[in-house]
Unconditional design. Sequence first.
Length: 136
Amino acid sequence: MKISRHAGQKWFTALLLSPGMIFAMTYLAVWLSTNLWLNHSFKRHLKQIFVTETGQQYRIDIGSLRSGADLNSLKLKQLQLTPIDGTFNAGSNHAARQIAELQIDCPDLSFFPFRPADETLSLRMISRQIMSSSVQ
């Protein structure tokens, strides 16, 4: 049985316009835009909130910040906590701390760009979890 070129194009168009494909493409677009927003705006806000949450003691550098596939968690990689005063000994309690990877549950992550109040609360919670992880 030979399928004509025209029938193949119709089949491919029907596949692309099927509800499953539309959902998958939309979800991918939401996930990519959320990760772009996280890696730029959210990361900048996290750095600012982190300094205030630690009482002006530490500054944070974040290598990358990504959302989980379910948009309910954050994955932070290559975290470095550096004392702001800059005067520390290598063996003291105030040395720079490094965390290779940290995963934090963060429900409703995809709604943060639309609800700044929720973003601020979550930034404070994330800052506390980073500090508690760095102590261990």
